[in-house]
Design a protein around this ligand. Structure first.
Ligand code: NAP
Length: 521
């Protein structure tokens, strides 16, 4: 692995930026790996080429044919999987299990949409609902249709999922017939670039269907035209910049935002000591897992843990006991359970956020004194699991507001369900909340109470303990996104994911004409 400047792929060509480039580092060893640079790229041509060449070639295909392309893409990625694991270890500091969440999670999501192509069949548009008559005579009706937008899908992605973040967006876009330009976060751009390179070199997709710009985002948004769409994942601050960009405001470009989120886990009151112990154990296991997977650098990770007052101390002990087993260090070492953060900047941000929370909380578990395994804390960008607690969550606004993007969560007691739900809502809208309990009626009621402020509510009762997919795992079948502070975006959710890449139109015509628009599957 020699430090070299990674080329960008635009307008059907590999193009190296004209600047010296921004270095990407190994966050464990501190060594420089590769550089990225987007200086001097012909962005207007990149967007024109993608729209005209990539878009028209994709739209000429049926959903089934585009699904088959995704299957072929998946095979190429599968064949190069070992290289992706190596890059992730080197550039993201991840242990194998955490790399799997990103790399294999991306492949799984790609496969989901590849199969959806088969289901949607030999059509090039989708019907949206039933036809409705417009007057007394049923001859003249209205039928809504969804057709692929004739623009580019621009993805501006976050650093924490260089693989999954690409494919969870690219799969539905390409299946919809919309070309993609991806700009990965600079710190971890290597894995995204390498995956795109492998797919491009395999010659599977039509020219212009998949492009990548690595490095600065300067000038990208200026290229947007009315039928383009933007899908952004990252901080609320950058989201605000994108939302207010003149191209977005003046050309009505559709934007999907996935931003910060202070997600919660809630343990419901139990009717017996036995039930309380069983459901507390489920919660503790999941909280410890969520805090430590990818060193807590997951937008869906549990940040707030709410338990009945009487169980506060027991919950603190149960979660701490699990966290104490987490070995932190060099991910190349088999004994290590949690690797590093992705960069020095993230390490600083986590330290800063933790200090802010610690000023208002008690420390229930502090893994920072444990020795790193096979790594040097002066060189590597490591964070250790820290469980904080506050006994007065009503009065402690900061714990509902500050998202520490690392292995940190805050435990808090609640008096009754109305207070618990109110505390969760203080997150101002989150990606996911998980509920733990054994009373189906109480779980259902709480889930519906929280549904308006969450993109997903994950409900765990003992009967699904061994089956559930995990609080933080984003499954392609379920919605990903959240209202309010979480950005207001919606991704995935099965076939719903295609909606963003289509335009809806009402065809008002005779039944004879509308019959001709009914696709054959
Ligand atoms: P960020 O600074 O907002 O960066 C995100 C992306 O935006 C990067 O690709 C970045 O490029 C790019 N960018 C930065 N400034 C830009 C601008 N002015 N115009 C256009 N693009 C610009 O976010 P971050 O701090 O790296 O990411 C962490 C945050 O993402 C966390 O707060 C987390 O909650 C959130 N997140 C949310 C989700 C979700 O699904 N909801 C998933 C993951 C992360 P550079 O890297 O080149 O600066």
């Amino acid at each position: 692995m020699t430090a070299s400047l990674l080329p960008n792929y635009i307008a059907g060509q590999w193009v190296t930026g004209q600047g010296a480039g921004t270095p990407l580092f190994d966050p464990v060893l501190g060594t420089e790996l590769v550089r990225v640079d987007a200086t001097g790229l012909d962005l207007p041509e990149a967007f024109r080429f993608a729209r005209e060449q990539g878009g028209s070639a994709l739209r000429a295909l049926t959903y089934r044919e585009r699904g088959a392309l995704l299957t072929a893409v998946g095979k190429v990625l599968q064949a190069n999987r070992d290289a992706y694991y190596e890059i992730s270890t080197a550039n993201c500091g991840t242990v194998k299990n955490d790399t799997a969440v990103d790399v294999d999670g991306g492949l799984f999501t790609l496969g989901h949409f590849a199969r959806m192509g088969e289901t949607l069949g030999d059509q090039r548009h989708l019907l949206d609902g039933e036809a409705a008559r417009l007057g007394k005579d049923p001859l003249f009706q209205s039928q809504h249709v969804l057709v692929p937008t004739r623009g580019v899908a621009l993805f501006i992605n976050a650093f924490n999922f260089p693989s999954w973040g690409l494919w969870e967006k690219a799969a539905p876009a390409l299946l919809s017939g919309v070309p993609v330009i991806v700009k990965p976060a600079t710190a971890t751009a290597w894995l995204t670039q390498r995956m795109v390179q492998d797919v491009v070199n395999a010659g599977i997709l039509p020219s212009g269907a998949l492009s990548i710009v690595c490095g600065s985002s300067a000038g990208l948004l200026d290229q947007l035209q009315p039928f383009d769409v933007v899908s952004f994942t990252g901080s609320a601050d950058t989201a605000a910049v994108i939302r207010s960009h003149p191209a977005v405001v003046q050309r009505s470009v559709r934007v999907n935002i996935e931003a910060d989120s202070v997600n919660s886990a809630l343990l419901l009151p139990a009717s017996s000591a036995e039930d309380a112990a069983a459901t507390l154990e489920l919660l503790a296991k999941e909280v410890a897992r969520e805090m430590t997977v990818k060193s807590g650098q997951k937008c869906t990770a549990i940040r707030r843990v709410l338990v009945p007052e009487a169980l506060y101390d027991a919950a603190a002990s149960a979660i701490s006991a699990r966290l104490a087993k987490t070995t932190v260090g060099n991910p190349r070492n088999e004994g290590v359970r949690m690797g590093s953060l992705v960069s020095r900047a993230q390490k600083n941000a986590v330290d800063q956020g933790l200090a802010q929370l610690m000023a208002h909380t008690e420390v229930l578990h502090d893994g920072r004194s444990a020795a790193l395994v096979g790594a040097d804390s002066a060189v590597g960008c490591f964070a250790a699991p820290v469980l904080l607690g506050t006994r007065e969550p009503d009065a402690n606004a900061v714990v509902h507001d500050v998202e520490v993007f690392g292995p940190v969560a805050t435990l808090m007691p609640y008096r009754d369900m109305p207070q618990a739900l109110q505390l969760i809502r203080q997150g101002q809208g989150s990606l996911v909340a998980s509920l733990y309990g054994s009373d189906a009626a109480a779980l259902a009621s709480a889930a519906l109470e929280l549904a308006d402020s969450h993109g997903r509510v994950h409900v765990i009762s003992p009967d699904v303990a061994a089956l559930h997919t995990g609080h933080g795992n984003v499954m392609p079948q379920s919605l990903h996104g959240g209202p309010g502070r979480a950005g207001g975006g919606e991704e995935l959710g099965g076939a719903r994911a295609l909606g963003f890449y289509h335009r809806r139109s009402a065809l008002q015509a005779s039944t004879a004409v509308l019959t001709q628009t009914t696709p054959v599957t």
